[in-house]
Design a protein around this ligand. Structure first.
Ligand code: FES
Ligand code: FES
Length: 160
């Protein structure tokens, strides 16, 4: 039995601890934002957060996430109230087919949580593990810059 906390919700799941986290999220918890791309830790479609770290959930055994907060793109906001990263990706129309986008958003979220004003070089370096087959990289970068401005503005408004 594995105890998982995903997007703030607690779950107890009967599963082989070696099962990839991605399979548990999609098949057991029906959280389908994280995608299966390569299954080899090479494309980033499956990226989720464990704690503050972006991980490839296709090659991360579910046991690694036990007792630690897991976040997926479903946890970034809602349709009515999207989070800053989701909003920026929509406003910049960063998605073409959309397959890479949940993973892109999670890696961007991890970046902005540790550095709310990243330089262009820092954004490019942080996003390097995630690939987009449609080639919307320039829009994705614009979306992350937009999200960073929103996150910084909200932090200043709160006096942080
Ligand atoms: S599906 Fe996990 S890195 Fe490609
Ligand atoms: S939008 Fe299609 S893979 Fe990125």
């Amino acid at each position: 039995m594995i105890n998982l906390n995903v997007n703030g919700q607690q779950h107890q799941i009967e599963v082989d601890p070696r099962t990839p986290l991605l399979y548990v999220l999609r098949n057991e918890l029906k959280l389908n934002a994280a995608k299966f791309g390569c299954g080899l830790g090479q494309c980033g479609a499956c990226t989720v957060l464990i704690g503050s770290s972006a991980v490839f959930s296709c090659v991360t055994p579910v046991s690694v996430a036990a007792g630690r907060p897991v976040r997926t793109a479903e946890g970034l906001g809602t349709i009515e109230n999207p989070g800053p990263v989701q909003r920026a990706f929509m406003e910049e129309q960063a998605a073409q087919c959309g397959y890479c986008i949940p993973g892109m958003m999670m890696r961007a979220q991890a970046l902005l949580e540790r550095n709310s004003s990243p330089s262009e070089a820092e954004i490019r370096t942080a996003m390097q593990p995630n690939l987009c087959r449609c080639g919307t990289h320039m829009r994705i970068l614009r979306a992350i810059r937009r999200a960073a401005r929103a996150v910084s503005a909200s932090a200043s408004a709160q006096g942080q």
